[in-house]
Write a protein of this length. Sequence first.
Length: 203
Amino acid sequence: MDVHVDTQQPLLENATIPHKTPKTPTQKTIRKAFKGTAHLAKLLPTGTVLIFQTLSPAFTHQGQCHTMTSKVMTIGLLTFCSISCFLMSFTDSFRDERGKVRYGVASLNGLWIMDASVRILVEEAPKYRLRFIDFFHAFGSILVFGAIALFDESVVKCFVPKPSEEAKELLVSLPIGIGLLCSVLFIVVPSQRHGIGFPLSRN
């Protein structure tokens, strides 16, 4: 008795592998720029970045900005987020006796705690005082947010719908330069604060 064995070729053997189009130098640069956005976002308050990324497409109508109202609302969003990044740099946190996280604002005398019922130890107050480095990080945060805004396609299209070749190169290289500079400076001169929207310390 003859047994007929039906042999089939693997499906993937005859499948056609799509040809991958090589990327141009400009496309590679833009891809690296968008990857850098995720890194830069870590230097800013989480809530501020989330608000911007959520409302930006809606306020700009996906970059169209048909009316002056859209542009005004977008400018308002950028201003609000910039001020938020600046002010959040002066916030800090600590754990009370029960281990609960408490937030406050740095002042010349120590830390102004938002919950008036909580008091910080007198000997602990000096390390929370307002310092020059806080202003350095505050202005640096505004620059970093500006770089993230320039990475946002909707914002760029809203204000520069038809950029020239020189403008395109500037819109790509400028935020990368700002991000790289601020990243290095933030590493060299790190902030010891763990304010609102920033990762908390284990201690």
